[in-house]
Each structure stands twice: as structure tokens, then as C-alpha cells.
Design a protein around this ligand. Structure first.
Ligand code: SF4
Length: 138
């Protein structure tokens, strides 16, 4: 496990992959595309963000309760259940994670929290660039 990522050892749990709205960085999309998955098969627009697609109520990459792209999964999946709560303007642990108490120590891990904040900044930067591009065309 890369030291910058959250280590989730609950192998039988895939709660976070159900009805996912995980936002994707451009680099996530390119990394997954390089493995042979065209972007339109796994990503879609959600407003001006790009998010993972679902099929039958779960992420398109979830098969037989397992992530089929685990080693190159999106950055947000690597950091979950740590998420950024926009309303509270802070990093928190997703209340929907059934094992949330096991991850509290990560809130004090600045390698992880810095990576999450950087990811949020980049997602917003990329979203804003899409808006600018859209406005130019209209
Ligand atoms: S990419 Fe993998 S870890 Fe992320 S939501 Fe999909 S199946 Fe789950």
C-alpha cells in the first residue's frame, strides 16, 4: 500500500462502491483509459464535475464485490472514507462508511489530509476550467 493512501482492510465491504458519485481528476481518467477503458464507459458529467458511472446501482468497476481496477483506482477511492465536507469546510469521515471508527487516526495524518486537500483543489480547478471553456463556446 502506498503510504499516501488510506489502507482499507475490510475486504468484504464495498459500501463505498454502491451508488457512487466519486469525482474524477483528469489524471484519474487518463490513468484508467491507459488500461484500456474508454472514458465514456466509466465516467459521466455531474454538473461540471466528472464522476464514476454506476451500473445496476454500483460503480461500473465493481464485479463480484471487488474493485476490478483496484491498483489504478481513482484518487478519491484511495482516500475514502476520508472526504471533504463542503458545508463544514473541513475533512471528515464519511458517515455512510460502516467501519468509520477504524479510520479516525487518518484525520491526524497530514500526508493523507494534505493529499485530500490537494485533490479537492484540483477537482475545483478542473471544474472551473470546464466552466470557462463552456462559457467561451456560448
Ligand atoms: S473504482 Fe473501485 S474502489 Fe472506486 S468506487 Fe469503483 S469499484 Fe469502488
Amino acid at each position: 500500500m502506498h503510504p499516501s493512501f488510506v489502507a482499507c482492510d475490510f475486504e468484504s465491504c464495498y459500501q463505498c462502491c454502491l451508488e457512487t458519485r466519486m469525482p474524477l481528476l483528469q489524471e484519474d481518467i487518463e490513468r484508467i483509459e491507459k488500461k484500456g477503458f474508454p472514458a465514456d464507459t466509466f465516467s459521466e458529467k455531474d454538473g461540471d464535475f466528472i464522476v464514476l458511472k454506476n451500473r445496476n446501482g454500483a460503480c461500473v468497476f465493481l464485479k463480484k464485490s471487488q474493485c476490478t481496477i483496484y491498483s489504478f483506482r481513482p484518487t478519491g477511492c484511495r482516500l475514502y472514507p476520508l472526504v471533504f465536507d463542503i458545508d463544514q469546510d473541513k475533512i471528515t469521515i464519511d458517515l455512510e462508511c460502516p467501519n468509520k471508527d477504524a479510520f479516525k487516526a487518518y484525520l491526524e495524518n497530514t500526508t493523507i489530509t494534505d493529499l485530500l486537500l490537494d485533490t479537492v483543489d484540483r477537482l475545483i480547478f478542473e471544474r472551473n476550467a470546464r466552466i470557462t471553456e463552456k462559457n467561451k463556446k456560448s
